[in-house]
Write a protein of this length. Structure first.
Length: 236
């Protein structure tokens, strides 16, 4: 199998538990470091699927790598290879499919419950799960692209995930590890302070409460989504 291309946009926002999941299943993957100036691939020919991670920038920013990355997303989908996006990655997917990315009514930072939409498609991806606690760090939100179906929502952000065929775009962060949360709390201290007080924004101290238990539960739900997603990987 060709490797899964993992696009990293920021040094602290790597694949996290997604990489752990792939390695436990002996699925090859390769990291493309946009944050270090590595070029966006021109085509999806060398990959079995495409994974997009998060980042502090906006899809609406004038960044040279955004147009070719949107083009790569469309080419990957056209080649019938699955795409998965985490937070910024989900926003990039929405934009590539003709959707919009705008400011969310509130910032959503820290742990928060996401609800699974009561639909056959949502159950196909998450089984009997009705809700789970995910991690969040965003100030913008995507629209659900034409032809896609929303499968997750939260009180602070209606569009938490969408599915289009074998493709999954998420606003929430299901890939988290403790090291990632620690790094984000350090680098995002000013953002947390400026956004507080707000019901949808947690302090670093609150994020650390029962962190191992929370991460274990989050990873189990992430693996439900990831397990469904890898079913669509190209094997040629």
């Amino acid at each position: 199998m060709k490797p899964i291309a993992v696009i990293r946009h920021s040094p602290t926002e790597g694949p996290g538990h997604f990489a752990t999941f792939l390695e436990r299943r002996s699925l090859p993957w390769t990291l493309i470091r946009i944050d270090q100036g590595e070029a966006v691939p021109r085509s999806a020919d060398g990959f079995s699927g495409l994974c997009l991670m998060g980042g502090p920038m906006s899809v609406n920013d004038d960044l040279a790598w955004i147009p070719p990355l949107l083009d790569l997303i469309r080419k990957t989908m056209a080649a019938d290879k699955p795409v998965i996006g985490h937070c910024l990655g989900g926003q990039l997917m929405s934009r590539a499919l003709g959707g919009t990315v705008i400011a969310n009514p509130v910032k959503e930072i820290g742990w928060g419950t996401v609800r699974v939409i009561d639909s056959p498609l949502a159950r196909a991806w998450l089984g009997d799960t009705r809700q789970f606690e995910s991690f969040h760090w965003h100030g913008e939100t995507f629209s659900i692209p034409d032809g896609a179906t929303r499968i997750l929502e939260s009180a602070a952000c209606a569009n938490q995930a969408f599915v289009l065929g074998k493709h999954l775009g998420m606003q929430c962060h299901v890939e988290m590890t403790r090291a990632m949360i620690d790094a984000w709390c350090e680098s995002g201290a000013d953002e947390i302070r400026d956004a507080s007080p707000a019901d949808s924004v947690q302090s670093p101290t609150a994020m650390q409460i029962d962190i191992e238990g929370r991460l274990s539960t989050l990873s189990r739900h992430a693996e439900l989504l990831y397990s469904r997603w890898i079913e669509g990987l190209s094997t040629i």
